[in-house]
Every structure is written in C-alpha cells, then in structure tokens.
Design a protein around this ligand. Sequence first.
Ligand code: B12
Ligand code: SF4
Length: 499
Amino acid sequence: MKIILVSLYLFDNLATRSLHAALSAEGHDVTTLYLKELFINTMKAPTSREIALFLRHIREEKPDIVGFSVRTPFIRIADHLARMIKEETAATVFYGGLYPTMSPRAALAFADIVCVGDGENVFIQLAKKGLTAVKKEGLPGLWWKHNGAVNGSGYAVESDVDRYSFYAAGKRYYIDHNRMEMEKEKINNRIQRFFSTIDVFTRGYSTMAGRGCPLHCSFCVNALLKDHFPGLDTVRQRRTAGVIAELQAAYAAQHMETVYFHDDIFTADRAWAFDFMTAYKTAVGLPFMINTHIQYLDYDLLTGLRDAGLRIVKIGIQSGSERISRMYRRPLLKEKLQTISRQCRELDIFPLYDIIIDNPFESEPDKKETFALLSSLARPYKLMMYSLVFFPEYPLTKYAQQQGIPLSPQQPEKVYTNWYFKFLKREAAVAAFWHSLFWLSQVDFLSRRLLQLLSRNAFLRRYPCWLKMYCLGTYVFAMNVIIEKLRIRSIWMKKTVSA
Ligand code: B12
Ligand code: SF4
C-alpha cells in the first residue's frame, strides 16, 4: 500500500518516525512529508506556494492513505489540507496524534478515519486488511463516520514499546521557506537555527527511551490520558538494549554529534536510568540532553548521567508559587531545586528551566515568588518562558471554566495560534515588569543585587517598557545570546568517549 505520513511544524517528528519505521517494516511504500519546521517564536502559517508544493506532491504520488499527525495547535492547518486533498485526490485521509485522541468526534469533521491512541498497530492492521474489512471487524482505536454517525470505539495502546524503533530510513520530503527538499539540512534557515535553543551548532538525533509520565500536571496531556484511559501504564520504559541498538543504527547512518532524549521524565525509573547510563557510556558515548523533574533527580543520578555524557538537562519549574504549583498539581520542592542547580554548576551540566506565564489565576505575590526562586538558582542557566494555553478538556481548563475565570481575550484562538511566549507582545504593566525580571534573572553578568534593586523600583514597575527595552534593546540581549550560544556549543563539544 502507498502511504504518505504528514508532520506539521516538526521536522524529525517522533510520532511519524515510529509510524514510518513500523509501516516500512511491513513492506509498505511509505513517505513522510514534513510541512514546516518548528521554530519557537517565529512560526508562520504555510504560504500558498508551500501548500501548492504539498498538494502537488500528493497528487503526483497518488497515495492510498494520507496520515496526518495532529496536535491541537495545528488542527486548523490539518483540516484545511485535508479538505483540499479530498477535493483533489482519491486518498483516504487518516488523522492520528493527540488531537484526535482527545477529540475524535471533532477530528472526524474533515478526516475520513481517526486513530485514538497509539497508531502503529492500528495503521499496520488497516494497511494489511483494508478499510472495508477493519470497519466490519472493528479495530480498537479506529473511529470513522457513517451516515453522520460516529462508529468505532476504544483506545489503542501499545504495551510493548520495544516492538517499534524511532529510527526510520526511507523517503522524506521537507517543505519550508517556499521550497521542497529531500534533505532537511538543505532547507534550514541559518539565522533561525542560530536563535533556536539547543541544536545550534550540532547534528542532533531525537529519540525517546520511554513513553508517559509519573506526574499528572493539570495543564498537561498526561493528566488527561490517565483520566480517559484508566489502566494505561504510567511510564512505558523501553529496554536498554533496544534504545542502544537504535542509536547505533542512527549513528552508522547519520554520524550525529548529540542525542536528545525527549522522554517526559527520563529519570522516572531510577534503576533503569543507572542500567542505561552504564550501557550508553560504552556503546554510544555521545553528549546528550534529557527532560526531567527534580523529584526524580539526585546527586548520584546527576553524577552518573554526567559521566555517561549528560550535558543539558531540561527541568520544568513552571511557577515559584506554592499556591500556583498546587493548582498545577506539581510538587515544587524549592530547596531541592536550589541544590540541584548548584550541583549542575559543579558538574558542568547546563540547565534549561521552563516557566509558565500568563496564568489568569496568578497574582503579583505569585510572580514575586517566581522571581525570588529564579534569583536563588545557581547560574548559568537558560530560561524558557511559555504562555499558558488552556487546551480543550485539560483539568486546568475545566477548573478555570468552573471558576468562571475569563481565560484571556484571545481564548480559544490562542489554542490554535499562539504556541509560545512573545516578548514584545502587549501586556499589563505588572506582568511586563515581572516577566522582564524573570528573563533578566538568567543573565550572568547582572548581579543579583542589581536585580533586587530593579525589582523594588516603583518607576520601572509603573513604566516597565524601560525594563523591557533594557532586556531587548541594549547590549544585554545581544551579549546574553552570544554567551549562551558559545556556552552551549562548548558544552556539546565536550565528548565523553569517542563514538
Ligand atoms: C517530545 C515532545 C515535544 C518535542 C518533539 C520532539 C520530536 N522530535 O518529536 C518538542 C520539544 C520539539 C515539542 C514541541 C512542541 N510541543 Co510537545 N510534547 C512532546 C511530548 C513530551 C511527547 C510527544 C511524543 O513525541 N511522544 C511519542 C510519540 C510516539 O507519541 P505520540 O506523539 O502520542 O504519537 C503516537 C499517537 O499519538 C499516534 N499518532 C501520532 N500521529 C499519528 C498519525 C497517524 C496517521 C496515526 C494513525 C497515529 C498517530 O501514534 C503515535 C505512535 O504511537 C508531549 C507530551 C506527551 N507525553 O505526549 C508534548 C506535547 C505533544 N507537546 C505539546 C505542545 C503544545 C508542543 C508545542 C506546540 C510547544 C511550543 N510551545 O512550541 C510544540 C509543537 C511541535 C509540533 N509541531 O508538534 C502538547 C500538545 C497539546 C495538544 N493537546 O495537542 C503536548 C501534549 C504537551 C502538553 N502540553 O500537553 N514537543
Ligand atoms: S511533569 Fe511534565 S510531562 Fe509530566 S505531567 Fe507534568 S508537565 Fe506533563
């Protein structure tokens, strides 16, 4: 069967890579079409030329199925493309990913069929037996519409995540900057890459060593998945040997310089993490990055991971306020965070901290607490600020609706358009003041004393544009970007053992 998989705003999408590998292994003719790359803060809608390139490719290839991987922010773009594909070709449009998993009925407005849950086995069965047969027999996780009524049921869950690899060789096309190329390196824009966070000077390889998260924060899909699908294993960890084999195959083909582990919490299973780091150090030995939460981190883990090649650790803080952290259903553990930040400095591990802003429940004292926490962390670190998005159905969204809180004038528009914090957006003076201070807290060459003085300045609080201009318009911004890039480059370049 001829299949085209579509990834929106994410070259290197792990979901389409896993599906590509699984379907190719079954002998299908699979291509992945990447429409636009993710560049936080600079993403724009596809141009008419990019859409034309996309549609022309689909018309020429004449696939049997076009499978879109859809996350909520990109549903409008997916729907637009799906409508055009159905008008111009005979292909079946198949949606999978978190949007149809959360809202299968809404997803069926434009898709012919949708997948709820993990897609590998569902897609394999569909491609093997054909649509008519699977509709007749039923297939858990496959939903469709017939005469206006929604058919299908259930959630597809892959308990043996070792069965599939994220490494997929095969045909890929990348569309961005009004061009289509078969190699993503040919299409990347150097200026955008310079401003991207971590992969500036290196060839990185993304993967996951497990799926799922032991926590259930109220603004995250993991809370919802656990409510919707009871019995779903909290974390589905892959076996060490499988991950190592994948990385070795990828290295043989791509000679990557770094590895990004995108697991929600890489260190969720401590025993597995120790087992993995020993094997990784000898078999792979490339510098790597992980995401984690400090509840799942300690000095022994950090030391072992550093020895195996850990260079960058992404830690979600989200808020320094106890009250807001309770609302987010997350342990805050301030003192542990302060200790871990010092240990990262001692071990030469570079931390990236995530913070959520624009929460309508947050008051000025909450923001002050966040600033105090950021100011107490050992530098260097990089701060990633994300504007809170109330995704449909999420526990925090339901809570806000119950409380009658006006989410924001742009909601729900923001769900589909605003994927990130824009520094120069219009915001209330108090918010602008504290957000600028958050940003400044990461700048190494501004003393903590100076930051404290700024935070008490009534003039700046009233006219925070001066502070914002200071963040952006002066040498502080430029210097910080340059120092940060040089530092991240030097961190990545420190190899553990030669691979
Ligand atoms: C890793 C990750 C990232 C990485 C991606 C790295 C990479 N190279 O792929 C990075 C950091 C780049 C990233 C970026 C973003 N992310 Co993110 N990310 C995740 C995370 C932690 C895991 C996603 C993942 O890859 N899982 C592994 C794959 C295999 O699982 P999967 O995606 O669910 O795919 C399976 C099924 O859904 C299904 N499936 C998927 N596609 C298809 C297609 C078909 C046809 C079929 C049949 C099945 C199918 O089968 C797949 C295999 O089993 C999730 C949280 C989570 N736990 O899910 C958030 C999450 C997906 N991210 C989210 C967001 C908001 C973003 C950003 C918008 C953030 C931003 N401000 O820019 C961007 C958007 C990027 C994009 N264009 O999609 C949200 C999406 C919310 C929503 N309701 O859709 C999530 C759910 C977190 C949250 N807040 O709840 N992210
Ligand atoms: S720790 Fe991160 S991935 Fe896990 S539930 Fe919370 S926000 Fe989601």
